[in-house]
Design a protein around this ligand. Structure first.
Ligand code: SF4
Length: 197
């Protein structure tokens, strides 16, 4: 059997800009590809095929950085063999944070932290596994639809409202929403405000 490999768009060291771990240094492992086609996608550059890397090549690259936290993101990581990738990273001692649209239910039980940012056809099982549910809010967002995610809030799972593209009208909308629904939190894309990757 050939060794497992993943199509990787980029690996870089930065600071998490979104959600519960905003401000935390992390290495980002961005996998290539996503079939969701959101109009507001800010990572369309990750749709291309990327570079095939096996587990050893990925671990060698990650070892260049002084940080054990790896954010597996995309594109959409569940469109590749994510369960095996998380296993490889955990075996090497990494703390694994996952960012997914949640459309595909898969075994992510070894991940240390799961962010589901639901788009179309989100899996209920993935929502139940989420540590945070990050809702991207723009002028075209159906706010009644958003309310269905309130049912997934509990002591483990927090909702975040994140303004689409950091536009002021979307920030204002998220501020209104979070004040109306105070168990949720506001997530701004800190890395964009700071003009860092
Ligand atoms: S799910 Fe995420 S990566 Fe995929 S198109 Fe939508 S915003 Fe982009």
């Amino acid at each position: 059997m050939p060794p497992l490999s993943w199509n990787v768009n980029e690996i870089f060291y930065s600071v998490q800009g979104e959600g519960r771990h905003s401000g935390m240094p992390a290495v980002f492992l961005r996998l290539s590809g996503c079939s969701m086609g959101c109009s507001f996608c800010d990572t369309t550059y990750a749709f291309a095929n990327g570079t095939p890397m096996n587990s050893l090549q990925i671990l060698v690259e990650l070892a260049k950085y002084p940080c054990k936290t790896v954010v597996v993101t995309g594109g959409e990581p569940t469109e590749q063999n994510l369960t095996a990738l998380i296993g490889v990273l955990k075996s090497a001692g990494h703390i694994v944070h996952l960012e997914t649209n949640g459309a595909r239910d898969c075994d992510v039980s070894q991940a240390d932290f799961i962010c589901v940012s639901p788009k179309k056809n989100v899996s209920e099982k993935m929502l139940q596994k989420a540590d945070i549910i990050k809702l991207v809010i723009g002028q075209n967002t159906d706010l009644k639809e958003i309310e269905k995610y309130y049912a997934y809030e509990n002591e483990h799972t927090t909702l975040y409202f994140q303004p689409e593209s950091n536009l002021q009208e979307n920030i204002d909308l998220c501020l209104t929403l979070v004040k109306q629904h105070p168990s949720a939190r506001l997530s701004v894309q800190l890395h964009k405000l700071l003009h860092v990757k």
